[in-house]
Design a protein around this ligand. Structure first.
Ligand code: WT7
Length: 660
């Protein structure tokens, strides 16, 4: 974030009080903060009462061996039973759990809690028949269809940790994840619908199975949902249609109560090195943290609210605030398969109007896109059902916040800017809509029971009005337990920087304003945030270097009006690629962009590739990305005195000037 934006942020002084009716009937009141401060364990134990336990815990938190936490020790529960069975048992079987809206306009389907329970039980029985046992990992690579949630809950029911891989990721990315967590079964579909056309998934799975097997990981079954009906290659020894395997199963399945610390899922996310990190979430604490905060932050009234989170289930937001949190709370929600602009740019608002959505949760990048498309588009629809708006994934700039409130929230609906991470599992910093007044651009303060601060290099709390690093000072129920198979990297990444203080280092820069409220300022490590998706600079650099024409690459995230940040790559070509004169750069640039897309996925495709003769390096050989960022953001290049060769930046700027 540029200095300019920073000072703009700090001059933001608009304030919005909570609406009186919301405040009067709010799920969580001011007093919760004091309760959470006084005795966080008692606070979370209280929150845990909202779930059904097989056996109650003996101890709320075991923090005897930090940073390895155990929550609700000795307790047992089943996540799927909490998300479906208990609502049916309580007489809510006929309530709609999911209003599914497919991308094709007439393709809609309502699933009640009773139907969802039957589907989950059938799928569980099918997995058992496939030989999946408690503890086995199952990879899920699916579009946004109800079967994806069914598959996740079936895994949870069995105690087989799932790893959902976003459908936009490449075959390589899928293969790496399958290998890392040792999955022998993949659940997928022939494809999904995207902007009016079927888009295939199964071919990527076929390729990934081959690649995984080269790396020693055999995938023995692939369960395939028929979604689009497109042709697929088929291997009888391994592939199985979902409708053949699942539909004929019994809808009864006796669920086992799993230990509170039994692994629920692994979600891979980008770190500062090329290798994605497998974030491990376990059962009890995760379900407490997600269901409680979903009820608290969105002021959920499960009897009347219609909730819609636009995230893909392939990301943590889709896990915590589409699958587990909302279903554990027994609410009705919308699930939409497609993009916001197909077949027209009012599609989302049409869905809000049709289903009477009351709580709407999306990302700043989407809001900025709608701003660009124009106020007249949402104005065509009746959005008066909306009573709460949420934002997640990246800092929301005050302009986008105010536009959201004005144009989607009728100028009166509170906006909750929720800060959290794949690692935190649950929302950590956010306003409480019935308590906290809104400040455009600020996530405000840590939720009750959560301890967050902004500190300096040494871990000392910074005074109001100053910036520093965001830390979390106390364990919380939905926290990651470790990185799959890599306790050392877990300690190193999050807990070593402030080891003496015992703080969790989030990797985000932040600032406290004069009131002590927190403003998130973006990542301070080599992680980019593009449209709310986390990408590693190193991972994209290694994808570029794997191209035969590339000798070296440096990637930076440059500010972008719509996507927050955009991937900008600086590439040095190999001598051999330069032979025969400068090969047509436009084609080569396109070739390199496509190469990254193939290696990682479309979200990682660079906005810009610049072919340069040199990269700016320190004497010890470290690339100074800060200087490249200056170039990518068209700024005066900063201090170059620590460069081994200070003339390098002139060479690079020449290239940028020539438009290459
Ligand atoms: C990173 C985590 C949380 C689910 C989606 C992303 C950034 C997230 C906010 C926010 C400013 C935010 C941070 C964080 N981030 N929410 N409200 N304001 N920044 O999950 O992929 O794990 O990314 O997203 O930089 O560290 P993720």
């Amino acid at each position: 974030m540029s200095e300019q934006t920073l000072s703009n942020l700090m001059n933001e002084d608009r304030r919005f009080e909570p609406p009186a009716d919301l405040a009067a009937d709010a799920n969580v009141r001011e007093e919760a903060y004091a309760r959470g401060d006084a005795d966080p364990e008692a606070f979370w134990a209280d929150a845990a009462e909202r779930l059904d336990w097989g056996r109650k815990w003996d101890r709320v938190l075991d923090w005897d061996d930090p940073p390895f936490a155990k929550w609700f020790v000795g307790g047992t529960l089943n996540a799927a039973v909490n998300c479906v069975d208990r609502h049916v048992d309580a007489g809510h079987g006929d309530k709609v759990a999911i209003h599914f809206v497919g991308e094709p306009e007439d393709d809609t389907r309502d699933l009640t809690y009773a139907q969802l329970k039957d589907e989950v039980c059938k799928a569980t029985n099918a997995l058992v028949e496939l030989g999946v046992a408690k503890g086995d990992r199952v990879a899920i690579y699916m579009p946004m269809i109800p079967e994806t949630v069914v598959a996740m809950l079936a895994c949870a029911r069995l105690g087989a940790p799932h790893t959902v891989v976003f459908g936009g990721f490449s075959a390589d990315a899928l293969a790496n994840r399958v290998v890392d967590c040792g999955a022998e079964v993949i659940i997928t579909s022939d494809g999904g619908f995207r902007r009016g056309a079927p888009s295939a998934l199964k071919p990527a799975v076929d390729e990934a199975v081959g690649k995984a097997s080269e790396q020693g990981q055999a995938v023995r079954s692939v369960l395939v949902v028929r979604r689009t009906g497109q042709d697929v290659d088929w291997d009888d020894s391994r592939d199985l249609w979902w409708h053949d395997a699942v539909d004929g199963q019994s809808a009864d399945h006796e669920a086992e109560m799993h230990d509170s610390e039994h692994p629920l899922y692994v979600m891979y996310t980008s770190g500062t090195t090329g290798k994605p990190k497998g974030i491990l979430h376990t059962t009890g604490g995760y379900l407490v943290g997600t269901s409680f905060t979903h009820w608290e932050v969105f002021d959920l009234k499960p009897e009347t609210d219609v909730y819609w989170c636009t995230a893909d289930v392939g990301w943590v937001t889709g896990h915590s605030y589409m699958a587990y949190g909302p279903l554990a709370n027994g609410c009705t929600q919308v699930m939409y398969e497609g993009t916001p602009d197909s077949p027209h740019k009012g599609r989302w608002w049409e869905i809000v109007e049709k289903y009477g959505v009351t709580i709407f949760y999306t990302a700043p990048t989407a809001i900025r896109t709608f701003m660009k498309w124009g106020d007249d588009i949402p104005a065509k629809f009746d959005l008066s059902s909306i009573r709460l708006l949420g934002s997640v994934g990246e800092p929301i700039n005050p302009e986008a916040y105010v536009w959201y409130r004005e144009n989607i929230g009728a100028g009166s609906v509170p906006v909750v800017d929720t800060w959290w991470q794949t690692e935190t599992g649950q929302i950590m910093i956010s306003p409480l809509p019935g308590v906290t007044h809104g400040k455009p651009g600020s996530a405000m303060k840590a939720l009750p029971g959560v301890a967050a601060d902004v500190v300096d290099d040494l871990g000392a709390s910074v005074p109001n009005g100053s910036g520093g690093y965001l830390v979390l000072q106390k364990p919380w129920p939905a926290m990651l337990r470790t990185l799959w198979g890599d306790d050392e990297r877990f300690k190193d990444t999050y807990w070593s920087r402030y080891a003496e203080k015992g703080f969790y280092f989030a990797g985000d820069g932040a600032k406290k304003d004069d009131d002590g409220d927190i403003w998130l300022l973006g990542r301070v490590d080599d992680v980019m945030n593009v449209s709310g998706h986390r990408l590693s600079t190193t991972e994209i650099e290694s994808a570029l270097v794997s191209h035969p024409k590339v000798a070296e690459a440096a990637v930076v995230g440059a500010a972008d009006d719509t996507t927050g940040q955009a991937v900008c790559a600086f590439v040095i070509l190999r001598e051999s690629a330069l032979e025969g004169g400068e090969a047509a750069p436009d084609e080569l640039i396109e070739e390199l962009r496509k190469h990254v897309q193939k290696e990682i996925g479309a979200i990682a495709k660079p906005r810009q590739v610049m072919i340069v003769p040199e990269l700016p390096k320190t004497r010890s050989g470290k690339i100074m990305r800060r200087l490249l960022k200056d170039v990518a953001e068209h700024r005066e290049v900063g201090d170059v005195t620590t460069l081994a060769d200070s003339t390098v930046m002139d060479l690079i700027k020449d290239k940028e000037g020539s438009g290459a």
